[in-house]
Design a protein around this ligand. Structure first.
Ligand code: B12
Ligand code: SF4
Length: 512
């Protein structure tokens, strides 16, 4: 590539609004820009744009200002619908601009997404190496067909299915934080995804990582992690850092070494860390090392029903889980413990769901987040959907509508239950009274309490609840999951009008 050629690229990260994570930042596009800048130097001019899904005007303004030859969109479940709309608008307004897609939805949907967005290029899996390769080829005017990791619109289904991700050693990747700088305006109380590793050795059937081509686990050097954490704590204090690893604690020695780095950043920069992990990896030494009030640990329980665990590719009994959790509560009392449980899962009946819910809500000092099971494109579970008799929405977020064990009507009751129980349990106006009713009238069973209250509910209240349900269903993608997440983490504020309105209505029917 000639040194004076400026290939202009606009990379776009698109978010929807979660009250818990208001100001977000796309780690994906930062990694891409930092790597391409390092390899291609001044021969490219890449601008990154982080926008909300409502910010179409900002996007158009940035295109007019930056005049890119290529726009790259980072596609996830939460934004792929709006990105498709953006792509069609861009093609209408600026037909000369080429569109590049990447991210988990691009990896899962491949040629089908490329076509529905009318885009020009799509990258499978990790993007750094392929992105640079495309830019090099475009600048040299050499043909793109055959570049590893790339799909073009004229690829057949078979050709697209055979495209494999290209993985680089992590030591070769420059840091999007300490070597690139945090984007302007993101210098305090931000929310940053942060990696200490890539890949996952497990193969949970619902997860895209199994097809990401990254089963081999690769780690970033420890000194880079230390300098990045120091950089964030100095330059964006009081921020939330979401550690985006498959499981930070998979390698115990490393996790123990990193604990001091995380603690230092939490103490000096008041950074709040969110980790994701499997309970199995936790022993006494880890519990003690990570016992810090600014650490939040998300334990992926996913399912208690053994039949479901089998479908997921997991195997851990309820008693093992309870015992391990009790140990963590004892040895790491300062950490905030979140349990992640999926509902509407294959293998789980309505009764199993109720049992899981009651188990989860009886765990002391924990918060449980329930996620609607989704059949992500490209995952083993999606491929086996027919065999498992799962019916799901065919557009994002691909929620399971019914399974062999649970009818659509039962899944709907599960959602109504989650909306009501979470609102009544976390709203200051209802929580004490609701708990008292559960304990005194329903022997501590939240699910039986809901079913009892639902039976007695006047028809006007039922109507109100069903109207909130359909408002949440028809709202932006994931609204029910997002509603519940926001409620348990940071109650929606008055200015968050739609969610707040829903909360008010659910609160009002509690007094029927
Ligand atoms: C951080 C994170 C979040 C944050 C998002 C905030 C944020 N600012 O990013 C939070 C906690 C809010 C979140 C929520 C959810 N998340 Co999430 N999350 C992640 C996580 C852990 C890290 C993402 C990340 O930054 N990775 C690091 C970067 C470097 O990797 P990457 O994103 O894959 O990007 C690389 C490639 O994909 C590619 N690439 C990406 N974009 C582009 C663009 C171009 C142009 C190119 C060329 C290449 C390219 O190159 C990048 C560099 O190699 C991933 C799992 C994971 N570790 O990736 C799940 C993941 C993205 N989340 C997922 C899901 C399902 C959810 C939820 C829907 C869960 C739920 N049921 O509620 C919610 C949705 C919330 C909402 N907004 O509505 C799925 C998405 C699946 C999909 N098909 O999109 C993932 C992949 C987890 C999984 N195991 O399946 N999540
Ligand atoms: S769900 Fe977690 S443990 Fe399972 S394959 Fe995905 S990243 Fe790995």
């Amino acid at each position: 590539m000639a040194a004076d050629v400026k290939y202009r690229v606009l990379l776009v990260g698109v978010f929807n609004e979660l009250s818990a994570y208001k100001y977000s930042f796309s780690l994906a596009i930062s990694c891409l820009k930092t790597y391409a800048d390092k390899v291609l130097g001044n021969s490219v001019n890449i601008r990154n744009l982080n926008i909300l899904d409502t910010d179409e005007e900002k996007l158009i303004k940035a295109i007019r200002e930056h005049k890119p030859s290529i726009i790259g969109f980072s596609c996830y479940l939460w934004n792929v619908g709006i990105i498709c709309d953006f792509c069609h608008k861009v093609k209408n307004l600026f037909p000369e601009i080429k569109i590049l897609l990447g991210g988990p939805e691009a990896t899962g949907r491949r040629e089908q997404l490329l076509k529905s967005c009318n885009a020009d290029y799509l990258i499978v899996g990790e993007g750094e190496a392929v992105f640079v390769e495309i830019l090099k080829h475009l600048s040299d005017n050499s043909p793109l067909r055959g570049i590893d990791g790339l799909i073009l619109p004229d690829y057949s289904h078979e050709e697209a299915s055979n495209v494999k991700a290209v993985l680089l050693p992590l030591e070769n990747l420059p840091s999007p934080f300490s070597e690139s700088g945090i984007p302007e305006g993101m210098h305090s109380e931000m929310f940053f995804p942060f990696e200490t590793m890539r890949g996952c050795p497990n193969h949970c059937s619902y997860c895209l990582w199994t097809v990401f081509g990254s089963k081999s686990v690769r780690f970033y050097p420890l000194d880079r992690i230390a300098s990045d954490l120091e950089y964030i704590s100095k330059n964006a204090p009081k921020s939330g850092v979401f550690v985006a690893d498959s499981d930070t604690f998979i390698n115990k020695d490393r996790a123990l070494k990193m604990s001091g780095m995380f603690r230092k950043a939490a103490d000096e920069g008041q950074l709040r860390f969110v980790f994701q992990t499997n309970l199995r990896h936790w022993d006494e030494s880890l519990m003690e090392a990570y016992n810090h009030e600014l650490f939040e640990i998300n334990f992926g329980i996913n399912a208690l029903t053994l039949k479901t665990q089998k479908v997921f590719g997991r195997n851990c009994s309820e008693s093992q889980i309870s015992a391990q959790l009790a140990e963590i509560r004892k040895k790491a009392p300062k950490v905030k413990v979140f349990l992640h449980i999926m509902y509407a899962c294959p293998g789980e009946s309505f009764v199993d769901f109720c049992n899981s819910l009651d188990w989860a809500l009886s765990q002391p000092n924990t918060i449980t987040l329930f996620f609607h099971t989704q059949l992500l494109y490209g995952t083993p579970m999606q491929k086996k959907a027919k065999e498992l008799k799962i019916v799901c929405r065919n557009s994002p977020p691909y929620y399971v509508i019914s399974s062999a064990e649970c009818s659509a009507a039962e899944v709907k009751i599960e959602e109504l239950m989650l909306i009501c129980i979470n609102t009544w349990l976390y709203d200051v106006n209802t929580k004490d009274r609701f708990r008292q009713i559960v304990m005194e009238e329903y022997g501590g069973s939240f699910s039986r309490a809901f079913m009892g209250l639902w039976k007695k509910m006047p028809s006007m209240s039922k109507k109100t609840l069903l109207s909130v349900y359909s408002e949440l269903q028809d709202g932006p993608v994931f609204f029910i999951d997002n509603y519940v997440i926001d409620i348990v983490q940071e109650f929606p504020q008055k200015n968050d009008t739609q969610k707040y309105r829903c909360v008010e209505k659910i609160r009002s029917i509690f007094d029927f």
